[in-house]
Design a protein around this ligand. Structure first.
Ligand code: ADP
Ligand code: MG
Length: 559
């Protein structure tokens, strides 16, 4: 037997599911409704500019208000509004996205990027917090009848004539008993700050107090008075949406303060701006490192057409750059999809690659144009660069030039330069060039002194990713070995095969060595009794490079 058919979906069943699980965070409803209000406003602006709407645009500010007594939240816009027929089409049919339809219709006229909506589900997020939702709306179309829609969260709704006189839409949420937290003003203010701070149309949330100067009193002291002013919660023209050519350094620094009010100034920044093969704008800031290398993740905010989406940018930004600060805005990053999907999405991969390249180019530029200033910043940016060099092949290709090492005298070299610098004096009999390094100048002081007597140069590699970096350099640079100054006696670290006469017999050496070994009590250490250049240490206790490296790698995680 064989049968074919269509699986039918009963809306009565699916509605509660949408309500509960559409978004895990209930506060999202406000993001969706303000986005819709912005869309409706952008549409009327567009129609006006195309000459299809000839009326006055008027003040287009969107209002959000809370009525604690009536237990309602209202979102009002002066956008295109809807006719009763449009409500039936756009609201009653779940997942029929009017935004997509609008974009389709007007896309040849350019600028479709301004519309936020996409999925045709956002409106229903209202039911995550409301027991009843009311729409009062008047379409921009000439002679349109104002319409009202009422629905209390089941599949039945009511449409009737409304008394609305002004063009636009009011969405009135009658808040459910278990969602009354959303009637608190500070809660709404917080959600608006989070999601709607950079929406492209001004949004007003009531009024707020401001202190202004009010002349002087008898003693010539300034007087102050409190005035009420509109509480506009957003900056409709955030810096990243502007063209880099019209911006000055001050603008970037000021915007940084807007994003992170109490932070120290950043070191430098990169303005991202592409429209092919994907759309992406944004600004990435290199922060100053905290003393204790306190890693601050989740400082990059992801936006889609100026709507805040998340500060979790894993997959979109390569791991080593997640320590940066700033914003990324891209309508081409799929939202509301699973992690694994995001990882395999080709746009996301391209975006990741683009950001990596941009950062590498910027660093390369800084290095070439003003090396002294680059070197000065190295203590802050070195960790990112080394981490990137180790973890991203694409980055490493470029980073080779501007990845620096510093010696005990405080001089900087890139690795090729350093190899050339020390090759003459520090080449082993097996022809490999030995980079000596210290991880702790104080503790390894006497070993450093010994190296100095041989005129050997020593690098300082005491950073948080240096043990991985050391391995990486050895793998990537043929003929280069790195040895910590205390890994063996100096003439074995760099073995030039110059024999020296010992003042002790082999039996005597054995005795001294045994005594020291016993005293240390760790059989991993080597004890060498050697005659060294006159005032060298006669007895040297060393920990072999490979054992020490294994310990370091374990301590720093991974390996
Ligand atoms: P999307 O925004 O993804 O299209 P929504 O569920 O958020 O989906 O909204 C569905 C549709 O309802 C919108 O595309 C739009 O046509 C209409 N709509 C919603 N809110 C408004 C509004 N404030 N003004 C005019 N139309 C609206
Ligand atoms: Mg929407």
């Amino acid at each position: 037997m064989q049968e074919k058919g269509t699986i039918s979906i009963h809306t009565e069943n699916i509605f509660p599911i949408i309500k509960k699980f559409l978004y895990s965070d209930h506060e999202i409803f406000l993001r969706e409704l303000t986005s819709n209000a912005v869309d409706a406003t952008q549409k009327i602006k567009r129609l006006a500019s195309l000459g299809e709407y000839k009326g006055e645009l008027g003040d287009l500010t969107i209002d959000v208000s809370v009525d604690k007594k009536k237990k309602t939240i209202t979102i009002s816009d002066k956008g295109i509004g809807m006719t009763a027929d449009e409500i039936k089409k756009y609201i009653n049919q779940i997942a029929f996205s009017g935004a997509t339809e609008f974009v389709e219709k007007y896309k040849d006229k350019g600028d479709e990027q301004q519309i936020i909506g996409h999925f045709g589900l956002g409106f229903y997020s209202a039911f995550m917090v409301a027991k009843q939702v009311e729409i009062q709306t008047l379409s921009y179309q000439e002679g349109a009848e104002p319409a009202a829609w009422l629905c209390d969260g089941n599949t039945e709704f009511e449409i009737k004539t409304s008394k609305k006189k002004e063009r636009g839409t009011d969405i009135i949420l009658h808040i459910a008993d278990d969602s009354e937290e959303f009637l608190e003003e500070h809660r709404i203010q917080g959600i608006l700050d989070k999601y709607s701070k950079f929406l492209p149309v001004p949004i007003r949330f009531g009024q707020k107090d401001r202190q202004v100067e009010d002349g002087e009193d008898k003693d010539g002291k300034k007087k102050w008075k409190t005035v009420k002013e509109d509480n506009i919660i957003n900056n409709p023209e955030p810096l990243w949406a502007k063209s880099p050519s019209e911006l000055k350094d001050e603008d970037y620094l000021e915007f940084y303060k807007e994003l992170y009010p109490f932070s120290e100034e950043p070191l430098f920044w990169i303005h991202l701006n592409v429209d092919y093969p994907f759309n992406l704008t944004g600004i990435l800031y290199f922060p100053k490192l905290k003393k204790d290398f306190e890693v601050q993740r989740n400082k990059i905010q992801l936006y889609s057409r100026q709507v805040f989406i998340t500060d979790e940018v894993k997959d979109i930004v390569p791991d080593f750059l997640q320590l940066l600060h700033g914003v990324i805005d891209s309508p081409d990053i799929p939202l509301n999809v699973s992690r694994s999907y995001l990882q395999s999405d080709s746009n996301v991969k391209k975006i990741n690659g683009y950001i990596t390249k941009k950062v590498a180019d910027k660093l390369g530029d800084l290095f070439k144009k003003d090396r002294p200033s680059y070197e000065q910043k190295w203590s802050d940016i070195g960790v990112f660069v080394k981490y990137g060099m180790i973890s991203e092949e694409k980055f490493e290709e470029k980073a080779k030039d501007f990845t620096l090492v510093k010696n005990v005298e405080g001089k900087f070299f890139n690795i090729e330069e350093y190899k050339t610098e020390v090759a003459t004096n520090q080449t082993n009999k097996d022809k490999s060039v030995v980079f000596l390094y210290t991880t702790d100048e104080e503790k390894q002081h006497s070993y450093l002194e010994t190296a100095k007597k041989r005129s050997y140069d020593v690098l300082v590699l005491d950073g948080p990713v240096d043990s991985h970096f050391i391995n990486h350099v050895e793998q990537k640079y043929e003929g280069v070995t790195l040895k910590r100054v205390d890994a063996d006696v100096i003439d074995k670290l760099i073995d030039k095969d110059e024999k020296k006469e010992s003042v002790l017999s082999d039996a005597e050496k054995e005795k001294v060595s045994a005594a020291f070994k016993k005293a240390i009590g760790d059989d991993k250490n080597n004890v060498t009794v050697e005659p060294m250049a006159t005032d060298d240490m006669p007895v040297t206790i060393t920990l072999p490079e490979f054992i020490r490296r294994m310990r370091d790698m374990q301590a720093q995680g991974g390996g």
